[in-house]
Design a protein around this ligand. Structure first.
Ligand code: AMP
Length: 147
């Protein structure tokens, strides 16, 4: 079977992202593949259903600036060039699928927490990414290991 040629690394910019990034980088080195990195900012209006009676645009701008800095720092540590860094607004799973296609990625790499109970029922980003992906998806186990 052919090697992977382009990995899309989706990160939430939490502490877990480092581990997911290291795994993606090791895989890319083994396959001689390129890596693109993506962070999706969820618009506040989506998160709060547009229920907040105030203008959130300056808060949103600050969130964007902060995320941009964090994404640049993260990418520098993995030597991912600027043209392969993607920062977009939207719903994570939908944007991960869209950017995977746009970049011609053949493997999406995400983190996945072991989940129990209600969290398991509600699902996770990794789960949503898997459903509807047009390429392979690798879920890297992150967070506390739960039995
Ligand atoms: P979660 O299900 O929210 O715990 O997230 C699991 C994984 O989904 C993370 O480790 C990331 O790989 C990916 N992910 C979650 N949120 C985002 C986001 N806003 N942008 C990009 N990837 C994300």
């Amino acid at each position: 079977m052919a090697n992977y040629t382009h990995l899309l690394l989706a990160i939430d910019l939490t502490e877990d992202a480092k581990r997911v990034g290291e795994r993606a980088q090791a895989l890319a080195a083994a396959f001689g593949a390129q890596v693109s990195v993506l962070h999706v900012i969820e618009p506040l209006s989506l998160a709060y259903g547009g229920d907040i009676p105030m203008d959130l645009s300056s808060v949103q701008d600050q969130i964007h600036e902060q995320a941009k800095g964090q994404l640049q720092e993260f990418s520098a540590a993995l030597a991912i060039p600027e043209e392969r860094q993607h920062l977009v607004f939207g719903r994570p799973e939908a944007e991960i699928h869209r950017i995977a296609e746009e970049t011609g990625s053949d493997l999406i790499v995400v983190g996945s927490h072991g989940r129990h109970g209600l969290a398991l029922l509600l699902g996770s980003t990794a789960n949503s990414v898997l459903h509807g992906a047009r390429c392979d998806v690798l879920a890297v186990r992150v967070g506390e290991v739960e039995d």
